[in-house]
Design a protein around this ligand. Structure first.
Ligand SMILES: [Zn+2]
Length: 162
């Protein structure tokens, strides 16, 4: 047919989903995220909804600095959970996330003088705890779990439950 440049290798199939994964859109992180989802959480490709945005689930905590981001993010998550009948949300953050290094998004005074001085990784881990609380409050019937990925000295990524 005229204009068609590509045809899928298999017919379109909806495998169904009960899980929403919220993580960072970082290109380098994506292959490792997929590997983690498939091997550790046993989520085959096409069996979960995926919401990838810069900084991952951190947008849920922007109620003060960027309230529209938080509002939109909550709408997206609620929409997916309700429309797809999801019962589980998995949030994953990774270290060295550039979102956390950008002063437009996390103001410098918060990074430096927020509650107590801490490394970005520590801040991210603490944020994950708040993200989980926020999601449990938003969607009490949905199970929520948080993971943090860190690069070791050997270059491999480890994922730990927060
Ligand atoms: Zn990131």
């Amino acid at each position: 047919m005229e204009g068609i440049a590509f045809r899928s290798g298999t017919p379109y199939t909806d495998k169904g989903s009960t899980v929403l994964v919220v993580s960072c859109s970082n290109n380098a992180f994506l292959p490792y995220l997929r590997e983690f989802l498939e091997k550790e959480l046993v989520l085959a490709e096409g069996t979960y909804d995926l919401l990838l945005v810069p900084g991952g689930p951190q947008f849920l905590l922007l109620t003060e600095y960027l309230p529209k981001f938080a509002w939109v993010g909550r709408k997206w998550i609620t929409f997916l959970v309700e429309r797809h009948g999801l019962n589980r949300i998995v949030v994953v953050s990774h270290d060295d996330c550039v979102w956390y290094q950008d002063e437009r998004l996390i103001p410098a005074f918060v990074l430096k003088f927020g509650h107590d001085p801490m490394s970005l990784a520590e801040r991210q881990k603490r944020d994950l705890v708040e993200v989980v609380s926020s999601l449990r409050e938003l969607l009490p019937a949905t199970s929520v779990e948080a993971w943090f990925a860190e690069k070791g000295a050997d270059g491999f990524l480890t994922f730990s439950r927060r």
